[in-house]
Design a binder for this molecule. Structure first.
Ligand SMILES: NC(=O)c1ccc[n+]([C@@H]2O[C@H](COP(=O)([O-])OP(=O)(O)OC[C@H]3O[C@@H](n4cnc5c(N)ncnc54)[C@H](O)[C@@H]3O)[C@@H](O)[C@H]2O)c1
Length: 255
């Protein structure tokens, strides 16, 4: 087991959107290291299946069905986590949705939903855990953004939400640094998950064509980056965006 693995034993990790895909891989990664997990998802069925598969490895599991876009639900879930585990060591803001369209076809509802979940949800979770982390004088927040924050046609709502989340990450890194709280972001490229499996074949093939590696990444690639940023090895890293995208953020491919 690596040093990050040993140190996660007994740590309390709160993961949003944990029920499937990248969030579930992050949960499995921390469970394998003996962490106690607070698993949050709006879909209780996703949560139930994941929690069943983790029993025996995680230090303890709390399943919380909640919508991260609701201030009331976020406040309640954070209270439940602190009551059960006595604190929070790591918050991973992973819950995210897409409603892709060209700008003329993005409805006001699709704009609001994407911004509410991807950006406001992360803001509400950061705000709700802050008093606990401040009191502890320690904590790691990792926000899952996207390579798309740099710009992407047909995703104006999504890219605006992820770009906003990068800015939130940088501002909170400054605001929280004196309390020994680190705030960083991981920016995945195209990852094979239920989100991308929901795309049309044409859209998936386009995504793969645009990858310098010629293939999508795995959910475990993102979990590994999150585990690093949550570890003591990343103590002096804050306000950063770690692109885990097979090189896609480096520029255009000319083929
Ligand atoms: N898959 C990719 O290629 C990719 C690329 C870049 C960034 N990301 C980001 O990674 C994160 C996870 O993506 P994924 O591919 O695993 O997605 P996914 O759709 O497979 O899983 C997302 C999970 O979040 C939950 N969720 C959705 N809305 C929620 C809400 N309001 N409150 C609580 N939970 C909610 C869903 O029920 C689901 O279990 C997202 O933030 C996404 O934007 C994914």
């Amino acid at each position: 087991m690596d040093s990050a693995g040993q140190e996660n034993r007994g740590r309390v990790v709160l993961i949003t959107g944990a029920g499937q895909g990248i969030g579930a891989a992050i949960a499995r990664r921390f469970a394998d290291q003996g962490a106690s997990l607070a698993l949050v998802d709006v879909n209780p069925e996703h949560l139930r299946k994941l929690a069943e598969s983790l029993i025996g490895s995680a230090g303890g599991i709390l399943q919380l069905t909640a919508d991260v876009a609701s201030k009331e639900q976020v406040q309640q879930l954070v209270e439940q986590v602190v009551t059960k585990f006595g604190g929070i060591d790591v918050l991973v803001n992973n819950a995210g949705i897409i409603r892709d369209n060209l700008i003329s076809n993005i409805s006001e509802q699709d704009w609001d939903q994407v911004l509410d979940v991807n950006l406001k949800g992360a803001f509400l979770c950061c705000q709700a855990v802050f008093p606990t982390l401040k009191k502890q004088r320690s904590g790691k927040i990792v926000n899952i953004v996207s390579r798309a924050w740099l710009g992407s046609i047909g995703q104006a709502n999504y890219t605006a939400s992820k770009g906003g989340l990068v800015s939130l990450t940088r501002s909170l890194a400054l605001e929280f640094a004196r309390f020994q709280i680190n705030v960083n972001a991981v920016a995945p490229g195209a990852i094979d998950s239920p989100m991308t499996r929901g795309l049309t074949d044409e859209a998936r093939e386009r995504l793969i064509r645009m990858q310098p590696t010629g293939k999508m990444g795995k959910v475990e690639d993102i979990a590994a980056a999150v585990a690093f940023l949550a570890s003591a090895d990343a103590e002096f890293i804050t306000g950063q965006v770690l692109h885990v995208d097979g090189g896609k953020s480096c520029g255009l491919l000319s083929l």
